[in-house]
Design a protein around this ligand. Structure first.
Ligand code: CA
Length: 250
């Protein structure tokens, strides 16, 4: 009996330690900022990846404009570091296309094109910052930190059809309906779609990601109905035979 008790206590202790460790890891993961590095020069791309990972960032590297666009449209990043001369799609075209799709992630252009006219063009076409090559590593890191500080809300405010979704206050502000309060689940659902505005989500996928505790698939359609009722029919688009996607962004 006594042995059993001690054994149970030891097990409970180990479980608590494991839980604390898991919490700690989750906390670190939550605080990690993510950077998309877009660079076709392999040596420079690896150097930037190592440098940024060493600084504690989560780094994804894209080696051409098409891949950069795909990453930018399907994943959330806190900052993008973007070369200009890239295969397939030029860097500033990538920035413009991302902006036209409602992606507001701050972009730092890192380019060999460094005269004032190049910088003006880069900033006018949607970049937040511009550095020319060759560049100073410490300055690059400082500018990335500064961009993250100046854009703390890129992950908390998301574009939705006709307005914005404010994750922090769980409200949506849309044309015609004003400020609308959302339930936790409604907000989570809409956030899921709004973070990947180009992606079509299957009912099964949504059920698994958002309604894992539900026992029937109809709950997805129910929430689509709730959100459309609150924010207008166009907030979520039905893709026949496939599932749902965020409605068109203006
Ligand atoms: Ca290049």
């Amino acid at each position: 009996m006594r042995h059993g008790y001690r054994h149970t206590m030891a097990k409970a202790g180990r479980a608590a330690v494991a839980r604390a460790a898991a919490d700690h890891i989750l906390q670190i993961m939550a605080e990690k900022h993510s950077v998309l590095v877009v660079e076709d020069d392999g040596a420079l791309a690896s150097m930037l990846e190592d440098l940024l990972e060493g600084e504690g960032y989560d780094v994804v590297v894209a080696r051409d404009g098409q891949r950069a666009l795909h990453q930018g449209l399907t994943r959330h990043f806190d900052v993008m570091v973007m070369d200009r001369g890239l295969p397939v799609i030029e860097g500033l075209d990538v920035v413009e296309r991302l902006r036209s799709k409602g992606i507001s992630t701050p972009v730092l252009i890192l380019s060999a094109l460094g005269n004032p006219a190049d910088r003006v063009e880069g900033l006018d076409r949607g970049a937040e910052d511009y550095m020319s090559k060759p560049f100073d590593l410490d300055e690059l890191l400082a500018r990335i930190r500064s961009l993250i500080r100046r854009h703390p809300d890129t992950s908390a405010m998301l574009r939705i059809p006709g307005g914005m979704l404010d994750i922090g206050s769980r409200t949506a502000k849309v044309d015609g309906a004003g400020r609308v309060a959302l339930s936790e689940r409604e907000c989570e659902f809409l956030e899921h779609l709004a973070r990947r505005p180009q992606q079509v989500f299957t009912r099964a996928g949504l059920l698994e990601s958002i309604f894992a505790d539900a026992d029937e698939g109809g709950v997805v359609d129910t929430y689509v109905h709730y959100l459309r009722k609150k924010l207008g029919r166009s907030c979520i688009r039905t893709v026949r035979g496939l599932g749902y996607t965020l409605g068109p962004l203006a």
